[in-house]
Design a protein around this ligand. Structure first.
Ligand SMILES: *Cc1c(COP(=O)(O)O)cnc(C)c1O
Length: 321
């Protein structure tokens, strides 16, 4: 696929079989409590159950396995606020390919430890994703490593889109999809596939209020840069790269509704998931639930919520609970 080609439903379908040995088909679980409270069917897509604790394994596996079919990979490089790096490290480990993961100073300790445990080399560089990415691209070029982008690549987007195939197979009547939004690879892939299967499906993109670059760019109608800030949903804040090729345009076209969630509501979402669903979710993973609770289900008719990850620092989590 060349860099500007359109991503088709067939790319997503091809990704599904390609990544099957790395990414689980996760359950779509009915939330009894949310469904009861809001008088409609609410189901949770549990991407927190992936081996790496987040959906990022889908896009990374699709990109890496496609590359591997084309050439011999000397080594992999990735920049990550945690979950993407962990997925690249995990896949590299299983394929016996060396990986170097670049991170900013804002990455939480639990995510660093998870990556080290997978045998990847870690480089902490810069104060935001853009700075870390410049360094990663420089080293990748110097050392002949393949750089795996976290969201803005057709293969990564197609990989994340496999979530939509599973949701629509399990629940063809679903009317809206509630999706966490940061760089937009997750939302672009899921929305693209879902709307090609059923154009009536409503796409709701959820950001935190801090450093929500995609949200602010879509509102402004052009790419804007943000100052990186930390959030309880640490997978979400950060820039979307001024050279963005795919996700800005796709998200702008595919999102029907955009919402930002306050920090205390993210905490409520995590508490709710634990208490009522017996789920441990990181902030980004619980932000869709947080949205329903904060708006009292206003947008929640027959909705599937993507619970995107569970990589939360356990001490922080227990304090919050
Ligand atoms: C990366 C990530 C997101 C956001 O995905 P984007 O493709 O960057 O929009 C949401 N939740 C979790 C847990 C993540 O790791």
């Amino acid at each position: 696929m060349n860099s500007r080609a359109e991503i088709r439903l067939s790319d997503v379908v091809a990704a599904q079989s390609r990544i099957a040995t790395f990414a689980r088909r996760t359950p779509l679980k009915r939330s009894m409590e949310l469904s009861r409270r809001f008088g409609t069917d609410i189901r949770l897509k549990l991407e927190s159950m992936q081996d790496t604790g987040s959906f990022k394994i889908r896009g990374a596996a699709n990109r890496i396995l496609k590359l591997q079919a084309e050439k011999e990979i000397k080594g992999l490089a990735a920049v990550s606020s945690g979950n993407h790096g962990r997925s690249v490290a995990y896949i590299a480990n299983r394929l016996s390919i060396p990986a170097t993961i670049f991170m900013t100073h804002l990455v939480p300790k639990n995510k660093i430890e998870a990556i080290r445990a997978l045998g990847a080399k870690l480089v902490i560089h810069g104060n935001d994703q853009d700075e870390a990415e410049l360094e990663a691209v420089r080293i990748a070029e110097r050392d002949g490593l393949d750089f795996i982008p976290p969201f803005d690549h057709a293969d990564v987007i197609a990989g994340q889109g496999t979530i939509a195939l599973e949701i629509l197979e399990d629940w063809p009547e679903v009317r809206s999809l509630i999706i966490p939004l940061s760089g937009g690879g997750l939302l672009a892939g899921v929305a693209l596939a879902a709307k090609k299967i059923n154009p009536e499906i409503k796409i709701i993109g959820i950001s935190c209020t801090r450093a929500a670059a995609m949200h602010e760019s879509i509102e402004a109608g052009h790419l804007v840069s943000v100052i990186e800030e930390s959030s309880l949903a640490d997978a979400l804040p950060g820039p979307i790269a001024m050279s963005n090729q795919y996700t800005f345009r796709l998200c702008k076209d595919l999102i029907d509704e955009m919402v930002q969630i306050e920090e205390e509501d993210i905490a409520r979402g995590m508490q709710f998931a634990f208490r009522h669903e017996r789920l441990i979710l990181e902030g980004a993973g619980a932000i869709g639930i947080a949205h329903l609770l904060a708006t009292e289900g206003r947008f929640g008719t027959d909705s599937a919520i993507v619970c995107s990850g569970d990589n939360v620092d356990m001490d922080k989590f227990l304090t919050l609970i």
